[in-house]
Design a protein around this ligand. Structure first.
Ligand SMILES: [Zn+2]
Length: 424
């Protein structure tokens, strides 16, 4: 990576528009003061006079994005199986196309391809991502290595390398505990991961889900899982246990957040709201797989907190802004309602709502004093953004990574360059 531009310890970004606070208040002539990597003041006007000034006319400063769900493990398999007929096993362990290819690949190549995916996130305004890593503790170590030293915070969730750990009879009885080898593998994962993520409720019995979740909580680690993604999640769970996978996740796992809910019923959505489970949705991957558009508006109307993720790099680019852009247009097309979701809501879902889902809202997700200086500077003078009549709508509906002048992570330039004078 090339040497990035060094900013002073204490400075003010000024002369620019700022989307301030959790509610994204638009300050047309605003400033942001940064000290030691932390935001110390936000407001209108030019800000403090006694700190280094970085003049940014024509720019809009937005909170940097968080990517609530990735699988970087298949970064080297872009468009593998592209256009395969319905029913092709692309993703599922152990026979899915991506597992065959991930296993054949050299470890160093896999790590290098994941690092490439992380760099793509950084260059498109993302400062934190949550990955569900395959391959047990070793898989977690690979991604840790792939993101080492880069200006981004990885939250890496590990999973069991080998599934299933139960026989069909044991699944049908739904009484078996986690076997000893499962316990030791989860212990090993929790040693190196930020959290544990069963792939779905159907990978374990109810007692085993509870035990695995308790292990993660006892280790003060995070918990998350996929839920309600396809009709199979629900039908398999109902057939074995009489309860939907969403119900079982809420009752036996109670994760920090769930991912997808693409085929969730209104009752499933209510279950997550009642249980206080935020939802991360991945519109592009779900549409690409033919699973449909995630029910974001229904979830928001039910009172859920909804953030965005990009899912498998094999299926979609890890640029999370593109999720909001896709959803904006697709949701209008499906409903015929051009007011179905606001630009502010989509930007909050890219930032503060994902931060809340991931439990990092104290330091990420909005331009608020006390939080880390994680910022994206859009150059609104670019041909693509110039003459905007509604800056938030313009960013959410048409901005690209190419319109980002710089992304700041902990107050320093992670990607791009800011216009500061070179000092003698
Ligand atoms: Zn996933």
């Amino acid at each position: 990576m090339s040497e990035s531009q060094a900013l002073p310890d204490r400075y003010v970004l000024t002369g620019c528009a700022v989307l301030a606070g959790d509610d994204l208040d638009y300050l047309e002539d605003g400033h942001v003061v940064v000290e030691g990597g932390t935001i110390t003041a936000v407001g209108r006007g030019s800000g403090l006079a006694d700190v280094e000034r970085i003049e940014l006319p024509g720019r809009t400063i937005v909170p940097a994005f968080l990517n609530g769900h990735t699988h970087l493990g298949d970064s080297s398999l872009k468009e593998l199986g592209f256009g395969s007929p319905p029913g092709t096993n692309l993703l599922w362990h152990p026979d899915g196309l991506r597992f065959q290819h991930m296993q054949e690949m050299d470890r160093d190549d896999r790590v290098a391809s994941m690092r490439n995916g992380v760099l793509q996130m950084i260059s498109s305004g993302t400062v934190l991502f949550a990955d569900f890593r395959e391959g047990g503790a070793d898989g977690v170590r690979e991604l840790r290595e792939a993101s080492a030293g880069l200006p981004i915070t990885p939250l890496i969730f590990g999973r069991l390398a080998t599934n299933p750990v139960f026989s069909p009879d044991e699944f049908a009885a739904n009484t078996a505990s986690l076997p000893n080898e499962g316990v030791s593998e989860i212990e090993e994962i929790l040693d190196v991961a930020d959290g544990y993520s069963p792939v779905w409720a159907n990978e374990l019995t109810d007692p085993a889900l509870s035990e695995a979740a308790q292990m993660s909580r006892d280790a003060s680690k995070r918990l998350a899982t996929h839920a309600g993604e396809t009709p199979l999640y629900r039908s398999l769970s109902l057939g074995r246990t009489g309860h939907t996978d969403v119900e079982r996740i809420a009752q036996h796992v109670h994760p920090d957040f769930v991912v997808h809910m693409t085929s969730a019923t209104n009752a499933d959505i209510d279950t997550t709201v009642d249980a206080g489970l935020p939802i991360i949705m991945c519109p592009r991957s779900q549409e690409g797989l033919g699973a449909g558009l995630p029910p974001m508006v229904a979830a928001l109307r039910a009172g859920a907190s909804v953030g965005f993720g990009t899912d498998n790099v094999m299926l979609t680019s890890p640029e999370v802004l593109a999720e909001a852009q896709y959803y904006l247009f697709a949701s209008r097309g499906r409903t015929g309602d051009t007011a179905v979701v606001t630009a502010d809501q989509l930007l909050r879902s890219l930032t503060i709502e994902t931060a809340r889902a991931l439990g990092v809202e104290d330091t990420f997700g909005s331009i608020t004093p006390g939080k880390g200086a994680h910022l994206v500077c859009f150059d609104m003078r670019h041909p693509n953004l110039k003459n905007s009549m509604d800056p938030v709508a313009t960013i959410v509906s048409r901005a690209t990574a190419g319109d980002i002048e710089a992304t700041l992570y902990q107050g320093q330039v992670a990607a791009g360059v800011l216009p500061i004078e070179a000092r003698p």
